[in-house]
Design a protein around this ligand. Structure first.
Ligand code: GUN
Length: 291
């Protein structure tokens, strides 16, 4: 079993992005984060993203709105950022409160500033295999770990458990594409999949993105598989100062001995998401300056 060290791969990506940012002429890349309400996980994710941006020399700003902001107000704010030439990238942190339509909000971000890749234009570009698009950061991070670890993909069976817009769907599409570290046979599974373990046991590469703690056990994994654990689940743990710990969707201790490669939680896919966001922000800056 080889551990896929997402922290180390993310550090390598960040080093590359930082070097490119330092070499840029003119103003640095800039990203605006929009956070609605005070969901503790969102507060923590946006803080990490801002700290990483600062370390790389990328300008960032947080536009924070109360939980009860109206859809019209939020959309008007996004429109003003779309029109602001000093803003390269816009990220609306999910989840949004129930009264706001995530689809409408994500689609309102200008496609060339949509570094999350959640808007319909960038999802369409992914389906069309257009390299000019932005790919959502977590799936892009999964692909980058596989690519930098030189894990073969072509002709192999990638099974994705989870069909979210943020992870499952784009992750499967990335491996389905033509090209290097792609050309896979891809199966999507979800909560209604019958006999899930029989399907996941066929995976050469199993991507667990269900959002349920320790859902994938040894019965779901075939000997010699590569397992990518996307889950970041808070589980009560009174022994920790915060009162909780973070665990993945995979029962790591029971599954690891069966795997050729496996990502840990924390320190697997998580750090890659932030790294790919920085890479996408640099790409947005280049796009907006070459037009
Ligand atoms: N919430 C959980 N993951 C993400 C992400 O990658 N981007 C945004 N905007 N919100 C998220």
């Amino acid at each position: 079993m080889t551990l896929l060290d997402g922290k180390a791969v993310a550090a390598a990506v960040l080093e590359d992005v930082g070097a490119e940012v330092r070499a840029l002429p003119g103003r640095p890349p800039s990203v605006v984060f929009i956070r609605v309400g005070d969901d503790p996980a969102s507060v923590s994710y946006v803080n990490t993203k801002q700290k990483t941006a600062a370390r790389l020399g990328i300008d960032s700003r947080l536009d924070h709105f109360p939980e009860d902001i109206s859809g019209e107000k939020l959309l008007a704010h996004i429109a003003s950022l779309n029109a602001d030439a000093a803003v390269d990238a816009i990220l609306v942190q999910a989840p949004l409160p129930d009264h706001l339509s995530e689809r409408t909000v994500f689609n309102a971000v200008h496609p060339d500033k949509d570094v999350d890749g959640f808007g319909e234009v960038n999802l369409g570009r992914l389906v069309q295999e257009n390299p000019d698009g932005f790919v959502a950061c977590t799936p892009a991070g999964i692909h980058e770990i596989i690519r930098r670890s030189e894990i073969p993909v072509e002709g192999r069976h990638v099974v994705v458990v989870g069909r979210s817009l943020i992870v499952g769907k784009p992750a499967g599409l990335l491996f389905l594409r033509k090209g290097d570290f792609a050309n896979a046979t891809v199966t999507f599974c979800h909560s209604r999949t019958r006999n899930l373990a029989a399907v996941t046991r066929q995976a050469d590469i199993l991507i667990a993105a269900i959002g349920r703690a320790h859902f994938i056990g040894p019965d779901h994994v075939r000997e010699g598989a590569t397992v990518i654990d996307v889950g970041i689940n808070r589980v009560d743990d009174p022994s920790r100062p915060r009162g909780y710990c973070l665990v993945g969707d995979v029962l790591f201790d029971e599954v690891k001995s069966k795997c050729e490669y496996i990502t840990p939680v924390p320190g697997g896919v998580g750090p890659m998401t932030v790294a790919m966001l920085m890479a996408n922000t640099l790409k947005a800056h280049r796009r907006n300056h070459s037009a």
